[in-house]
Design a protein around this ligand. Structure first.
Ligand code: NDP
Ligand code: 8X3
Length: 252
């Protein structure tokens, strides 16, 4: 069977990077995307020993940059079998009256519109081939709303709706669509949310065992290696110590 090519957005950190590392070990060709060039270069050096790697530096908010990057992919990487829409973050944790407009723009532009731009860029080739797989990284924040989560939760509820909508619309084309919705995963997520306040970021994961990025990578690998007639449509995964966004058993 031909080697599959997987494109991962947000591959420079956390869930995206762990997924890239695992898929490289398992023989996939990878197109790895992000904004931080040094990290992309490092990934190419490190994972290039195990797999064919192409890197793309662009901001998912910039729709021309997204469309151009995909149009200009070299021949060897131009057929994308699996798109992992992972790039995203929370920006801030404030009540709705206190929230910053810049944070709201960032979350809606990156988590929602960026995911749509990426999908729009890749879908024509999947529709033509009548095959392909899109994995949208949602969140438990797309299944419930927690205090001060307002706009981040709205962005992930939008991902949930888009995931469902894509599955309905792409059914006729034989394309697999599914979401992986994690709970608390210790990555750079909270550093970004709290704008580099690393003490505050660390405190989010204190007192219990959070998920790790490799835990989610393992699930993504499972999802994409099912036989083609099997589509994992919507998967929620939380740490054992987490029951909901607000109920976390602190035992450590
Ligand atoms: P990280 O902060 O570790 O990684 C975020 C990734 O997204 C980075 O690679 C970053 O790359 C990329 N990214 C952010 N903004 C942009 C942008 N404007 N353009 C292109 N790339 C961008 O966080 P996680 O790994 O935790 O997050 C990955 C996904 O998982 C997100 O969608 C997040 O919402 C979701 N998630 C995370 C959970 C958690 O608890 N950590 C739980 C549930 C869902 P760069 O800065 O180089 O551009
Ligand atoms: C990330 C999980 O609970 O911090 O999507 O919103 S949470």
């Amino acid at each position: 069977m031909d080697t599959k090519t997987v494109l991962i957005t947000g591959a420079t950190s956390g869930i995206g990077r762990a997924t890239a590392e695992l898929l490289a070990k398992n023989g996939f060709n990878l197109v790895l995307c992000g904004r931080r060039s040094e990290r992309l270069d490092q990934l190419k050096t490190d994972l290039g020993k195990e797999a064919k790697i192409h890197t793309l530096k662009f901001d998912v908010r910039n729709r021309d940059a997204v469309l151009n990057a995909i149009t200009e992919l070299p021949e060897a990487f131009s057929r994308i079998d699996v798109l992992i829409n992972n790039a995203g973050n929370a920006h801030g944790l404030d009540t709705i009256d206190q929230g910053s407009l810049d944070d709201w723009d960032a979350m809606l532009d990156i988590n929602v519109k960026g995911l749509l731009y990426m999908s729009k860029a890749i879908l024509p080739q999947m529709v033509d081939r009548k095959s392909g797989h899109i994995i949208n990284i949602g969140s438990t924040a797309g299944k419930e709303v927690y205090p001060k989560g307002n706009v981040y939760c709205a962005s992930k509820h939008a991902v949930d709706a888009i995931n469902q909508g894509m599955r309905l619309d792409l059914n006729a084309h034989g394309i697999r669509v599914g979401a992986v919705n994690p709970g608390l995963v210790e990555t750079e997520f909270s550093d970004v949310r709290f704008k580099g306040d690393s003490e505050r970021a660390k405190s989010v994961y204190k007192g219990f065992q959070p998920l790790t990025a490799p835990d989610i990578a393992d699930i993504i690998h499972f999802v994409i290696t099912r036989p083609y007639h099997v589509n994992i449509a919507d998967l929620v995964v939380m740490p054992t110590d987490q029951a909901s966004s607000t109920i976390v058993r602190k035992v450590l």
